[in-house]
Design a protein around this ligand. Structure first.
Ligand SMILES: C[S@@+](CC[C@H](N)C(=O)[O-])C[C@H]1O[C@@H](n2cnc3c(N)ncnc32)[C@H](O)[C@@H]1O
Length: 277
């Protein structure tokens, strides 16, 4: 048996940065608790679980999959290998949507919701917006539904299906958002930063990474209200800004603009439809 203090000191010696979080996770406590109870002894089962998690982390598995949780927009969300781990950059999409001049009560569509991060952030910020979120993955939608329940977002519905084909009827939206897969198949970055553990269908989109963005942008006008300013916002790769703006203009959008993330990289493009003169 080992104490918390012994394990933390071993982790410091071996430069295992995430060890305190994993130790707290195994004990069902927060990090602060570890420092308040240094003499607490782990039982054999806890010690074995902790060592296994440390080894998986050492092999490159993302911390969020090991603890089953990631924070997005200050909301603790459950994650599993069925969903992309929500990224801080994606908060820009939420921020831009909230800053648009939109009525208090509108219909919103999020395509490819994964853990539900974007839809739940919007649902909690705008309780009068009615939000529909889609995904092809039933496993992802199960996680997203659980997260919506956890954060009490009753103004949120989930549907399974391929992009706009998931929608039944001809309902129209005033705001459509998506953080779709946008990495080129075969991109060497897919072998780095924990990406091999994330679902490939959440990451890659054809040989140029634009296959899903093409569908989402070109088909958006048919799903936006014809008689009100509607907006489409999409996240994309740092080197896809021009290509995505061209797709927006080709689809008939006006006020097309690309915004940069905190790292100064092109990250989100948005446009208005029907086009304004
Ligand atoms: C990059 S992830 C984004 C997840 C989440 N919105 C976020 O920002 O963290 C893309 C999501 O699109 C979903 N997806 C992929 N192809 C799809 C399709 N044809 N129709 C609907 N969703 C799709 C994936 O399952 C995945 O959850």
């Amino acid at each position: 048996m080992s104490t918390v203090a012994e394990l933390l000191s071993e982790a410091r010696r071996l430069s295992l940065e995430d060890a305190p979080l994993l130790l707290a996770h195994v004990l069902g406590k927060d990090r602060g608790w570890l420092f308040a109870w240094p003499e607490h002894r782990l039982d054999d089962v806890q010690l074995k679980q902790y060592r296994q998690l440390l080894e998986r982390r050492r092999q490159g598995e993302p911390l969020a999959y090991l603890t089953g949780e990631r924070e997005f927009w200050s909301l603790a969300l459950e994650v599993s290998p069925a969903v992309l781990i929500p990224r801080p950059e994606t908060e820009l999409l939420v921020e831009l949507a909230l800053n648009l001049d939109l009525p208090e009560s509108i219909q919103v569509l999020e395509l490819g919701t994964g853990s539900g991060a974007i839809a739940i952030a919007l649902a909690t910020e705008r309780p009068d917006w009615q939000i529909t979120a889609t995904d092809t993955s039933a496993a992802a939608l199960a996680i997203a539904r659980g997260n919506a329940a956890r954060h009490q977002a009753p103004n949120l519905d989930f549907i399974q299906g391929h992009w706009y084909q998931a929608l039944s009827g001809d309902g129209k939206y005033q705001l459509i958002l998506s953080n779709p897969p946008y990495v080129m198949a075969g991109d060497p970055h897919l072998l780095e930063d924990g990406l091999p553990w994330e679902p490939p269908e959440a990451l890659t989109a054809g040989s140029d990474g634009l296959a899903d963005l093409r569908i989402i942008i070109s088909e958006a006008p048919a799903h936006l209200l014809p008689d009100a300013d509607g907006w489409l916002l999409v996240e994309h790769g740092y080197d896809q800004g021009k290509a995505v703006r061209d797709l927006f203009r080709k689809a008939g959008f006006s006020q097309v603009i690309t915004r940069q993330d905190l790292g100064g990289k092109d990250r989100v493009t948005l446009g208005c439809y029907p086009p304004r003169p």
